[in-house]
Each structure stands twice: as structure tokens, then as C-alpha cells.
Write a protein that binds this ligand. Structure first.
Ligand code: GRF
Length: 220
């Protein structure tokens, strides 16, 4: 693994997870370097976060392409031109083609605000509330063609209290996400994390269950 690991981060909006990844990079510049931030939206606030940190940005508007595959190919060209070793989806709100996910299989991560396999897709916080769940959380996983369905790497749980609404719950989950995502990228950079035979491996062992963030609070 080349050090520091060169990564691309794909966003569509606020980019608070991108900010956490930037902050970690600034504290640990030897672990990974963000070579490129791509947004499919020109007004994504995350682009300003990247520019402030001196990170190259690129807007690829999906509306400029006739279909999903041609949009994905345009992103792939930009990413591969930078010789990126890991693609990090951080609030990237487009469904990816099988061609794209296959090209980056084992080299692309996503973070999702639910305890997958519960609640793939949108509105996860409200769904957890509506179902009366006692806990909620986040998942980090390798990306496959199945939406929010790739092999799980890490989860973190938050309590869902009677007075929580979707906003308070999102806030709690976000706080955990900002701890979790840089840590998982770090593990990948250190060669401790791989996708093999459709399963996530950590420290040379297949993961029977996702790692729980709280077990690794000492590494944060
Ligand atoms: C996060 O909750 C992430 O789990 C989901 O999209 C949200 C992005 O938030 N995939 P931000 O743009 O990083 O603030």
C-alpha cells in the first residue's frame, strides 16, 4: 500500500463527513491524503470545505449526462486520472452503476445512517422512530452493486429515546459518523482491511459481525 494512501471523496451536499476526513488528514498527514473531491452538485457546501483545505475539487453534474453509465464513466475518468487507491462515498446521493461498483470493488467505502441491513435508502432516522426502535446508528461498508448492501465493516449504535425526533437522531448519528469514517479509512490505508471473497476482512480475519466502534475508542 502506497503511503500516504491517496483517496477520492464523493459528495452531494453538506460534507460534514468530508470535514471529519479532512480534519483527520490534517492531524495525521502520513496516513492518507485526499487527492480529489467530486460533487455531482455545484452548490454542495462540501466543495467549500475542500477548497478551504486546499484540496482539488471537481463538479460532475449528473444532469449533463444522458444516463447513469455515462455519468459514472465521467467520474471514473477523473478518479483514475489521479491514481486514487480508495474511493470514499460521503453523502453521495446517486445510485451507482454495476460497471462503476465492479471497477472499484474492494476499493470503495460508503457510510450509511442506519444499522444495516435495516433501512437501506433514504429517511432512515424517521423509519427507526416510526418502528419504535430502541437503538439506531450507522454502518460503514464496502460498496457493491446492491444499494447499501455491501459487506459490513463497522457499526456504531446510538440510543433512540422517547423524545428523539429525526433531527436529534441525525445529530447523534452524525457525531458517531465523524469518529467512525476516518478510522475505517485509516484501517484501509494501513492494510488492515480488505474485501476477499465477498467478505470484509480485518487484521487478517474475516469479519463474522461488523466491528463495533466503541471497541476501538482507544484508536480514535
Ligand atoms: C450521512 O448521514 C451519511 O451517513 C449519509 O449521508 C449523510 C451525509 O452527511 N450517507 P454529510 O454530507 O457528510 O454531512
Amino acid at each position: 500500500m502506497q503511503h500516504p494512501l491517496k483517496i477520492a471523496v464523493l459528495i452531494s451536499g453538506n460534507g460534514s463527513n468530508l470535514q471529519a476526513i479532512i480534519d483527520y488528514q490534517q492531524q495525521h498527514p502520513d496516513v492518507y491524503q485526499i487527492g480529489l473531491v467530486i460533487s455531482n452538485k455545484a452548490d454542495a457546501f462540501g466543495l467549500q470545505r475542500a477548497e478551504k483545505a486546499g484540496i482539488p475539487t471537481c463538479v460532475i453534474n449528473h444532469k449533463d449526462y444522458p444516463d447513469r453509465v455515462s455519468f459514472d464513466r465521467a467520474m471514473q475518468r477523473e478518479i483514475d486520472a489521479q491514481e486514487v487507491q480508495l474511493v470514499v462515498l460521503a453523502g453521495f446521493m446517486r445510485i451507482l452503476s454495476a460497471e462503476f461498483t465492479t471497477h472499484y470493488l474492494g476499493r470503495m467505502l460508503n457510510i450509511h445512517p442506519s444499522l444495516l441491513p435495516k433501512y437501506p435508502g433514504l429517511n432512515t432516522h424517521q423509519q427507526a422512530i416510526d418502528n419504535g426502535d430502541a437503538e439506531h446508528g450507522l454502518s460503514v461498508h464496502f460498496v457493491t452493486a446492491e444499494l447499501d448492501g455491501g459487506p459490513l465493516i463497522l457499526q456504531s449504535r446510538v440510543s433512540l429515546l422517547p423524545d428523539d425526533d429525526a433531527v436529534s437522531l441525525q445529530h447523534k448519528v452524525h457525531q458517531q459518523e465523524h469518529q467512525a469514517y476516518p478510522l475505517v479509512v485509516r484501517w484501509f490505508a494501513e492494510g488492515r482491511l480488505q474485501l476477499k471473497n465477498g467478505q470484509a476482512w480485518f487484521n487478517g480475519q474475516p469479519l463474522a459481525e461488523p466491528i463495533q466502534l466503541e471497541e476501538f475508542s482507544g484508536e480514535l
